[in-house]
Design a protein around this ligand. Structure first.
Ligand code: CAA
Length: 390
């Protein structure tokens, strides 16, 4: 257990379109300050018709595979709560698009926004079992709520790809973990719906209860005191939630902290989530990337991660930032995929949301709008046909 195992490479991708909250506010009648300050969101990524969780995940994984190859990867774990199929794992398409050899196990994992953290822990255990092996963990989601609902302003889309290995170049995953599960109906999506059902107020309460529970369990298993943790990358359904969570945890641990101190600790973790929106499973790892890219003085520091998945399952754990991590980051690459998004006006956004979804099995070819390296080219006989963009 002394062998450091954790995140060796981390790459993010998002979808090709962006709707700003300034544009949204003009049509919902909400005060834009509510969006910018109240929930802490400035824009949201929206997928084109030829983008989905598979294209974003393959796009995120591609630069990692280009750099490290597939030779040592024996397991590919795909976490999502916006699955495209009830049976086939989305990771199998990624396996194919990235030309993996057949000698790999591929599965999909689900527990709302928590799934990627389970995947990361399972990956860490597999690498401890055989330190020569690597595991590719993918987290990819499209967060969609009903039009004109309170959740609409918290939509988003992104993928995070993480290569888990021994002697990681970015973050070693520490023990213990604090765990918490509670059967609560705060947010769910029945199989027949394309948008989530959510009790917004209950979900905020459930998130904070899960934070308390996971923190208590972390302490019960010999976890570090909060003042020895540099900062915490919280799951960010909207970025204001991370500030609320940190204030709450400081209160629970009896620490006095004014709003300025909370801002100072949490603001560096919100850079991607505030302009991308909720990316469900990927959100906590977008927070981690934002933090590491915003601060090049974190060598050897301990950072906390809090992962929450409605329904609910949560985990609090820490990682130790690898000395020299700066050289392993993909900051310019991430900035460029965020910056290349094409702005949407509200009417086009609505039209995109109302467009037919072609579920009748007929052959339907999709026009090329995606900006990434992979796209959904067609639907045919109830199959999704993906292609690498030439
Ligand atoms: N200027 C400044 N601030 C303003 C404002 C204004 N003009 N108007 C409102 N605000 C503030 C409010 O005071 C409030 O802040 P506080 O909670 O700190 O008081 C904030 O803006 C939001 O206002 P409301 O509570 O009125 O917002 P709402 O009714 O529109 O709902 C929401 C907010 C419940 C988060 C809704 O967006 C939602 O349902 N989102 C989806 C569910 C969700 O994200 N839940 C989070 C926990 S669950 C989870 O984490 C899993 C997951 O990913 C989904």
């Amino acid at each position: 257990a002394d062998l450091p195992v954790g995140i060796h490479d981390l790459a993010l991708r998002t979808s090709s379109l962006v709707l700003t909250h300034a544009e949204l506010a003009q049509h919902t009648g909400a005060d834009v300050v509510k969006y910018h300050e109240g929930i802490g969101q400035r824009s949201m990524s929206v997928p084109t018709a030829d983008e989905d969780i598979v294209t974003m995940a393959a796009d995120a994984a591609a630069p990692i595979i280009e750099l490290h190859g597939t030779d040592r990867i024996r397991t590919l774990l795909f976490a999502t709560e916006t699955s495209i199929d009830q049976s086939k794992a989305a990771g199998v398409y990624v396996h194919s698009l990235l030309d993996f050899p057949p000698y790999v196990r591929v599965v999909e994992l689900k527990q709302a926004c928590y799934g990627a953290t389970a995947a990361l822990q399972f990956a860490t255990a597999l690498v401890h079992q055989d330190p020569a092996q690597q595991v590719l963990v993918l987290a990819s989601d499209v967060a969609r709520y009903d039009l004109d609902s309170p959740g609409e302003a918290t939509q988003g889309a992104a993928a995070a790809a993480m290569l888990v290995s021994a002697d990681p170049a970015i973050l070693a995953i520490n023990t213990p973990s604090g765990l918490f599960t509670q059967d609560v109906m705060d947010f769910w999506r029945p199989n027949y719906r394309s948008t989530a059902v959510v009790d917004g107020k209950k979900s905020l309460y459930a998130y904070l209860q899960a934070l308390d529970g996971a923190w208590k369990d972390y302490q019960a298993h010999g976890g570090l005191p909060l003042d020895e943790i540099h900062t915490v990358c919280y799951h960010q359904p909207f970025t204001r939630m991370a500030f609320k969570a940190h204030q709450h945890l400081l209160g629970e641990t009896g620490t006095q902290a004014d709003a300025a101190a909370v801002d100072h600790a949490i603001a560096p973790t919100t850079g991607y989530n505030e302009i991308i929106g909720n990316s469900y499973t990927a959100s906590t790892y977008l927070a981690l990337a934002a933090l590491l890219e915003a601060d090049d003085t974190l060598d050897g520091q301990t950072v906390g991660l809090f992962s929450y998945g409605s329904g609910s399952v949560a985990e609090f754990f820490t990682g130790q930032v690898a000395p020299g991590y700066q050289a392993a980051l993909r900051t310019d690459d991430h900035r460029s995929v965020v910056d290349r998004r094409r702005p949407l006006d509200y009417d086009t956004y609505r039209q995109l949301r109302m467009a037919p979804t072609h579920t009748n099995g007929a052959h339907h070819t999709l026009p090329h709008h995606a900006q990434g390296a992979f796209r959904l080219a067609a639907l045919r006989d109830h199959q999704r046909i993906y292609e690498a963009v030439p």
